[in-house]
Write a protein that binds this ligand. Structure first.
Ligand SMILES: *Cc1c(COP(=O)(O)O)cnc(C)c1O
Length: 457
């Protein structure tokens, strides 16, 4: 026993040292995946009858495995939607794990859930939703979107008997995130796409609704607008869509998984006008609110409707319900039962830094996109595809074919210099391959952007 205890203390120190080193280093690598067979050859068998020991396993992690990840917080990682969790949040992610909190019911997780709810109040306040609106933290935007779609559909089904036997229908635009389409499948509802990757305007939506057959119109129960498309940072005409939803009696969901952080930024807040009329909203703190993975959020204007859809019944759960009735039970408002109190790291970070620092850090991402836009306009070899929106910038290298972008991305990644990936932009009827920046990390510099542009020789 004694020996094990000493080993465990040493292991804890080693792990803490690793974490502190990673968090304080400015020299973290971009990283690059290896093939599974290569990794296997490097580390050999790790799961054995007797175990290989923590020291050895940790050595293998540090020597071979960690290098084969592509950490999303590198300042020149501008692909996909990067991330930049604060140190405070990461440290409290460790505390969250060490505290073994079951985050489904107040009865077991009161302290953790209290903190989550404090952070949630701030997020809800950014949306401008009316009093009574509230939300819960989910594993991400996908789970948040699913929770919202199911809530909307169950509400619609409760309205009349005919709806109970119909397959629901949702309208969104082709700029919507893939998870909307994927979760419509999970919820077994049909989806119709307004044909624009740019702003979904109210008139285009109205035309689509007016073009439905009577049966389709009866099946239509929700509209999904996007508050910052993942590809280009475009915000739909939320105000116009909200009016249509009100007039047509439709659920209005806003997917702001990526863009939601920008609600904190005074410079762009007006672009989200209308979001305060949503029935539900998705925001990912693990994208632009500097939380570690994974942390999404779903917010409802009327949380009772979510409870009607998601509250789980089971005889062994009754005890939790009795006790938990005195508090807030996060499981009731989204698809998951047992859950990590994944909003806890965000709470600690917000409490540590204050919301002004969050505002500044988000504004910096927007500013970086504006700086990149200017640099692109001044650069002889590149041009903007459209004006930067939120923290996304789409631009083309004049004269490049799709393979040139792929090759360039690959070379920069191989050198460990940067990760900037191409995307497609719908230009009329053709999909053009272009380059894309998405800024989240406030430590990215103008010099980083210049160096990346100059590498497009
Ligand atoms: C990233 C994203 C999602 C999916 O969120 P996950 O956290 O990856 O599940 C959904 N919608 C939008 C707009 C996104 O940017």
């Amino acid at each position: 026993m004694h020996k094990i205890d000493i080993d465990l203390v040493e292991m804890t120190m080693d792990v803490m040292k690793y974490v502190i080193d990673r968090l304080s280093s400015t020299q973290n690598k971009i990283g690059k995946p290896k093939k599974e067979a290569e990794l296997k050859a490097l580390v050999g068998e790790t799961i054995t009858n007797k175990g290989i020991g923590g020291e050895q396993a940790f050595k293998l992690w540090k020597k071979h495995l960690t290098e084969s990840n592509v950490p999303i917080d590198h300042p020149r990682h501008l692909a996909f939607v990067p991330a930049s969790p604060t140190r405070a949040a990461v440290m409290f992610d460790l505390v969250t794990s060490a505290s073994s909190i079951h985050g489904a019911y107040w009865m077991e997780g009161a302290g953790g859930i209290f903190c989550e709810n404090e952070a949630m109040k701030w997020i809800v306040s950014l949306t401008g939703l009316p009093k009574g609106a509230f939300g819960v933290f989910t594993s991400g935007g996908t789970a948040a979107n699913l929770s919202a779609i199911v809530t909307a559909r169950e509400y619609w089904r409760s309205l009349n008997d005919q709806n109970k036997v119909e397959k629901g229908l949702v309208i969104t635009s082709i700029g919507a995130h893939s998870s909307i389409k994927a979760m419509a499948k999970v919820a077994d509802v049909d989806i119709l796409l307004v044909d624009t990757e740019d702003v979904m305007h109210a008139n285009a939506l109205q035309e689509t609704i007016d073009g439905l057959t009577a049966h389709q119109r009866q099946r239509l129960f929700a509209i999904v607008g996007t508050g910052g498309t993942t590809n280009a940072g475009i915000i739909d005409d939320l105000e116009g869509i909200a009016s249509i939803c009100e007039k047509e009696n439709l659920w209005f969901h806003v997917d702001a998984a990526y863009g939601g952080g920008a609600l904190a930024a005074d410079s762009v807040r007006h672009l989200f006008k209308g979001i305060e009329k949503a029935d539900s909203i998705t925001i990912d703190p693990h994208k632009w609110m500097f939380s570690p993975y994974d942390c999404g959020a779903v917010i409802y204007k009327d949380p009772e409707l979510a409870k009607n859809a998601h509250s789980q019944q089971g005889s062994y759960l009754d005890i939790f319900k009795d006790e938990g009735a005195h508090g807030f039970n996060p499981t009731d408002y989204q698809i998951q039962l047992t859950r990590r109190v994944r909003g806890l790291p965000l709470w600690f970070s917000l409490a540590t830094h204050g919301t002004d620092r969050y505002k500044e850090a988000v504004e910096r991402g927007i500013e970086l996109a504006q700086i990149a836009g200017r640099l692109i306009e001044e650069h002889p070899k590149v041009e903007l595809v459209r004006a930067p929106s939120l923290s996304c910038v789409l631009y083309r290298r004049v004269g490049w074919e799709p393979e040139d972008y792929t090759h360039w991305t690959y070379e920069n990644h191989k050198k460990g210099f940067a990760l900037v990936t191409p995307t497609k932009w719908k230009n009329g009827d053709v999909f053009e391959t272009v380059s894309r920046f998405c800024f989240i990390n406030p430590d990215t510099t103008q010099g980083d952007i210049e160096a990346i542009l100059d590498s497009m020789v």
